[in-house]
Design a protein around this ligand. Structure first.
Ligand SMILES: Nc1ncnc2c1ncn2[C@@H]1O[C@H](COP(=O)(O)OP(=O)(O)OP(=O)(O)O)[C@@H](O)[C@H]1O
Ligand SMILES: [Mg+2]
Length: 358
């Protein structure tokens, strides 16, 4: 168990591919965090640098305040599990036992630890089978057991569930979360699946173009995304934005989108200095919709109703604008007039450059 600190790490592949750009990240001792971001944003590069498989072009890596930048993967005692399942041509038992053999752990202790790791992963019944003959989900359980049995200082899991079936994915998510709780093991989990990041981790580092954009709790990422990229990236679908200007009318402050406006009198003080070019952000699930006319709500035309899981995603036209609203129950149908309200406490306001104001 260690605290990991990446201090201003930059990595350039070859001469010009800047995979990481002045990245700073602190992973507290014993916490489970996720790296989340689109393909190519630098997640695997970050993991390989923490693992000691790659030396950063510049910046330092610390484990518990000790500079380990020059240390090998073995010296750091890091275990890494990859998306591409790595299994040796041996039995399940021998696969899990292998790192203990390398470390010359006595036989009795080896048997005890292998059995315990197999039990945790729910694969005790296949210990004598040839690992390569098993299905991908079970093979990945073997790879995870082999990583756990070593009792590493940190666990790095790089999209470990991408190649396993949905049923095993759910099962393994649960196992990983429980293990982390029991062992208080520092774990970093890479994924580009936000649902996985949100359910598993205490904190999530959202990455884009080699930069850490926001490192926060799932609640904060959802509720107060620092910029429009995070706001849009988190959520299904993500936050939607409307270009607005701040207007005064009868003593009230309104965010005016042209086709509709939202009263923000209670928070307008902070907005005045940003001038007129603002972005109003709201999550589809925070919009209120009714088939009945309501005072203070504005009317729209429903152009589409889609089912998303147990929710309805409505596309609502308002002049040149399109609004997406996600609600559980609705009697609004395609072609109907729908009345809409943006609750002011759910409205976020971003600057023209996309930074959160309120
Ligand atoms: N060995 C390499 N040589 C040159 N460029 C590389 C190498 N490995 C990665 N890159 C580039 O560095 C950037 C970051 O890659 P990285 O693999 O860290 O991203 P990632 O976030 O893990 O993506 P994915 O979600 O697809 O796994 C990308 O532009 C990628 O093309
Ligand atoms: Mg990757």
């Amino acid at each position: 168990m260690v605290e990991i600190f990446l201090d201003n790490v930059t990595h350039i592949y070859g001469k010009e591919v800047k995979a990481l750009d002045s990245t700073t990240l602190r992973v507290e001792n014993g916490s489970l965090i996720a790296l989340l971001g689109p393909s190519g944003c630098g997640k695997t590069t970050t993991m390989r640098i923490i693992a000691g498989l790659l030396r950063p072009t510049s910046g330092r890596v610390y484990f518990d305040n000790v500079d380990v930048t020059e240390r090998s993967s073995q010296e750091r005692n890091v275990a890494m599990v990859f998306q591409f399942i790595v299994i040796y041509d041996k039995t399940v038992f021998e696969n899990i036992e292998f790192p203990l053999l390398v470390r010359k752990v006595p036989k009795e202790e080896r048997i005890k630890r292998v059995k315990h790791a197999a039990e945790l992963m729910g694969i005790s019944n296949v210990l004598n089978q040839q690992a390569r003959k098993l299905d991908p989900g079970t093979r990945q359980k073997v790879a995870l057991a082999r990583a756990f049995v070593r009792q590493p200082t940190v666990f790095l899991l790089d999209e470990p569930l991408t190649n396993v079936d949905p049923q095993t994915r759910l099962e393994l998510r649960k196992i990983i979360k429980e293990l982390q709780k029991d062992l208080h093991q520092t774990m970093i989990y890479v994924t580009h699946d936000q649902a996985e990041a949100l359910t598993l981790s205490e904190k999530i580092a959202v990455m884009k173009d080699g930069k850490m954009i926001q490192y926060d709790t799932p609640e904060a990422l959802y509720d107060k995304p620092k910029n429009t990229f995070v706001a849009w990236f988190i959520g299904n679908p993500g936050m939607q934005f409307f270009d607005v200007s701040l207007k005064q009318s009868d003593g009230a402050f309104l965010l005016d989108a042209g086709e509709f406006s939202v009263d923000v009198s209670n928070v307008s003080g902070q907005l005045v200095k940003y001038g007129n070019e603002l972005k109003l952000g709201i999550r589809p699930e925070n919009i209120q919709v009714s088939s009945q006319k309501k005072v203070g709500w504005f009317n729209t035309k429903c152009t589409m109703v889609e089912r998303v899981g147990n929710m309805h995603l409505l596309t609502l036209g308002k002049g040149r604008l399109e609004i997406k609203a996600k609600i559980k129950e609705t009697d609004v149908r395609e072609g109907d007039t729908a009345w809409v309200q943006f609750p002011s406490e759910k409205v976020r306001v971003y600057s023209k450059a996309g930074e959160l104001i309120i």
